[in-house]
Design a protein around this ligand. Structure first.
Ligand SMILES: C[S@@+](CC[C@H](N)C(=O)[O-])C[C@H]1O[C@@H](n2cnc3c(N)ncnc32)[C@H](O)[C@@H]1O
Length: 264
């Protein structure tokens, strides 16, 4: 796959740019409002109010510019999609793109996805939770911000309906190793051998960027295991915390490959 470039600048993972979004921009009079408010801290998210109906529920934690959320919402009109994202311009762009497509089953909310899953979800209320390319946080002082942790995994497990789906994806080798250690304790873990059949170029912007750089990507689907509360708690207590060094081996010595080459 050739790297995606615009104006010959390499595409950045945090960029609002990218290949064209799926779907078609409708005439302005058909645009919809696709921003959601999370409401006061600690309050349950009011799905019925936000979407005006009762339907299966899908959440994307840290949805970036909403690429996957929007394409899934277009493909599954009977399913309600909520993206929670910390960076306001990404929320703005994603909700504009969703609105331009006239979507009523897709909303984006500005906020902390960790707080959302820990505090704002009823038990057994979600059908799917997706976490694509969580920020690795290379700086050791920021590791506590990592989105996958025993506590969060427990919250995802609790918020999913029986048999519910957790999708996890990363191009960071240390994050992949961590996920392989902890997720199978609460979920039936299945790794995909290659790209997603529904999005061979990549479901999300970061996946497209990672593929253009030739990075290996872990794509996994995990089904909630039905466990007695006491057993789930025991398994959680055995999980390591996400205190790994996310730097790739070639960066660990503090030298980029190009700097090393210059030194030789
Ligand atoms: C590497 S980007 C991946 C974005 C998107 N999921 C993708 O695959 O293209 C990580 C995203 O997670 C967001 N993020 C990190 N921590 C978050 C949190 N606690 N709550 C919501 N979003 C978060 C960042 O703002 C960023 O948009």
């Amino acid at each position: 796959m050739r790297p995606f470039r615009r104006n010959s600048r390499p595409l950045r993972a945090d960029s609002a740019e990218g290949p064209p979004f799926p779907g078609r921009v409708l005439p302005r009079e058909l645009w919809t409002r696709t921003r959601a408010q999370l409401g006061d801290r600690g309050k349950r998210f009011a799905w019925d109010l936000a979407f005006g109906r009762q339907a299966p529920r899908v959440v994307d934690l840290g949805c970036g510019n909403g690429r996957w959320l929007i394409s899934s919402a277009l493909a599954r009109p009977d399913v309600d999609h909520l993206g929670v994202e910390l960076v306001p311009p990404a929320v703005k762009l994603g909700s504009l793109r969703a609105g331009q497509r006239g979507l009523r089953n897709c909303k984006l909310a500005w906020g902390d996805a960790t707080e959302f899953i820990l505090e704002r979800c009823e038990p057994e209320s979600l059908d799917e939770v997706h976490l694509y390319h969580p920020q690795p946080y290379y700086d050791a002082r920021k590791r506590a911000r990592r989105q996958l942790s025993p506590e969060v995994l427990r919250a995802i497990h609790r918020a999913l309906k029986p048999g519910g789906l957790f999708v996890f994806q990363t191009d960071n080798p240390a994050y992949a190793e961590y996920a392989r250690r902890v997720v199978p304790l609460l979920f039936e873990w299945r790794e995909l051998p290659g790209p997603w059949p529904d999005a061979p170029e990549g479901r999300t912007l970061r996946e497209i960027v990672a593929r253009s750089k030739g990075l290996e990507i872990l794509r996994a689907e995990a089904r909630r295991l039905e466990l007695p509360e006491i057993e789930a708690a025991r398994r959680i207590s055995q999980m390591p915390t996400p205190d790994f060094d996310a730097n790739r081996p070639e960066f660990r010595a503090g030298l980029r490959p190009s700097a090393r080459r210059r030194q030789r």
